[in-house]
Design a protein around this ligand. Structure first.
Ligand SMILES: [Zn+2]
Length: 112
């Protein structure tokens, strides 16, 4: 249950933020999730809903921004967005080095 652990961490960060800001209620939590992070958004939303019940984050919204997988060629230096997992440069056959797509970040916490 990767998503449940993830939801727990997100909620912890959100609650900490709310406490620091003396807020009573959390309205929105922004997340950035890389396409390669392997997160099931539906499962995450479900865990989030269950785990926030009875906390200041109850009924808050998860706003998820997906980060595409980007890779840079180690030969020609061009940057590509990977759509299929092809790790060779389409231009020069160099090896593509992953630049982004594994992120899993809490971007912002909106509280009232
Ligand atoms: Zn290249």
């Amino acid at each position: 249950m990767h998503e449940a652990a993830l939801a727990e961490n997100i909620i912890k960060i959100a609650l900490d933020t709310a406490e620091k800001n003396h807020a009573k209620k959390i309205s929105e939590i922004g997340l950035k999730i890389g396409d390669m992070a392997g997160v099931e958004v539906e499962a995450l939303n479900l865990s989030f809903e269950v785990l926030t019940s009875g906390t200041p984050a109850e009924n808050s919204k998860l706003l998820i921004e997906k980060i595409p997988i980007r890779a840079k060629c180690n030969k020609c230096g061009k940057i590509f967005t990977l759509e299929n997992f092809n790790f060779f440069c389409p231009e020069c056959d160099g090896i593509l080095i992953l630049q982004s797509g594994r992120e899993l970040l809490v971007d912002f916490v909106d509280c009232e």
